[in-house]
Design a protein around this ligand. Structure first.
Ligand code: F2R
Ligand code: MG
Ligand code: MG
Length: 299
């Protein structure tokens, strides 16, 4: 069932929302303590740079092509290596440049592959494009994760974040039930049960972080982003809350912003923030490119 009309404003909202949440949290990344940040910084970080790479590749290939997406990530990283990338992706890029296949390179960089949140933080364009078919969405989310994150917890975090974006696009009721039904991994099911309990109890942020986490691991940040969206009733409140959790603040902000932007649309994102956002027009163009693909179904 589709309760909300899927609109261009929602597509633009999800991509701009990623970048706004990232830019809001960027100055708080790595800090402990709960400080509300209401100023969008002058720069976004690797979260948005990689989300842009996902969108660019999907549009150029008119669908998912793993090798092309990996090469797009590498090109963008080499242009702007100072965006604050995690330790793993540059090592993966170097292996791919040495000739290792795009879907194998990330296997060796950590035991079992990376369970960091780097595949989840960039996933918004995949949520937007593959909204119609839950299993196709899961397949493409896993495949796109493989470029850098082969651990099941890293890939599942990306698929869960992508599905949360789909539910937001459609303004689905029973949001948490649907997420719990979607995820295949018990650790995520348990975190989503905690999200539900915490929403009922309206706990303070110390308790939220103690239960859900605020770290660089996908399992310790995707649930916090989902909670930040569900516990607040506007785009601004959701991203300010997410970025205020400290820890991996830019990434929790980016992921909450992607979901909140898909629900409320770009018109609900404060103009003052949008004016300050780096490369705002280009990010909107990418959302328009994905929208066009949705309209003519070229993927
Ligand atoms: N890198 C950062 N922040 C560091 C400081 C940036 C600074 N402000 C600056 O400007 O320089 N942020 C970005 O990285 C996160 C996404 O990381 P990603 O892409 O998942 O990287 P990686 O290396 O794959 O994983 C992150 C860490 O997780 C731990 N880890 C992952 N898998 C593991 C395994 N199998 N075993 C043990 N540890 C594992 C490692 O500590 C990795 O370094 C985002 O926050 C983005 O904003
Ligand atoms: Mg970052
Ligand atoms: Mg981060």
């Amino acid at each position: 069932m589709n309760h909300g009309k899927i609109t261009l404003a929602k597509f633009v909202g999800s991509l701009i929302g990623t970048a706004i949440g990232d830019s809001l949290g960027a100055g708080r990344e790595g800090f402990s303590g709960f400080k509300k940040v209401r100023e969008v910084g002058t720069r976004y970080t690797d979260d948005t740079a990689m989300m842009i790479g996902v969108a660019e590749s999907l549009i150029q290939c008119q669908g998912f092509d793993g090798e092309h997406m990996a090469k797009t990530f590498i090109r963008n990283y080499e242009r702007e290596p100072w965006r604050g990338y995690g330790a793993g992706p540059p090592r993966v890029f170097s292996l791919i440049k040495q000739g290792v296949s795009w879907d194998k390179a990330a296997e060796s960089i950590y035991p079992g592959g990376s369970f960091g949140n780097g595949a989840a933080m960039r996933i918004a364009p995949i949520g937007l494009l593959y909204w119609e078919d839950r299993e196709k969405l899961r397949e493409i989310a896993y495949k796109s994760s493989r470029i850098t994150h082969t651990h099941s917890l890293g890939a599942e975090g990306a698929a869960l974040e992508a599905y949360a974006i789909v539910l937001a696009l459609k303004e689905e009721p029973k949001f948490l039930d649907k997420l719990r039904d979607f995820t295949k991994l018990e650790p995520y099911k348990r975190k989503l049960e905690s999200v539900e309990k915490l929403l009922d109890r309206k706990e303070d942020r110390k308790e939220i972080v103690a239960e859900l986490g605020n770290g660089i691991e996908a399992l310790n940040s995707v649930p916090a982003a989902i909670y930040s969206f569900l516990a607040n009733s506007s785009f601004s409140e959701a991203v300010v809350y997410a970025a205020s959790l400290g820890g991996d603040a830019d990434t929790i902000g980016a992921m909450a912003g992607a979901i909140a932007g898909a629900w409320w649309g770009v018109t609900e994102i404060p103009n003052a923030w949008q004016k300050k956002l780096e490369n705002r027009e280009y990010i909107e163009d990418l959302a328009r490119g994905l929208w066009k693909m949705k309209e003519i179904k070229t993927y």
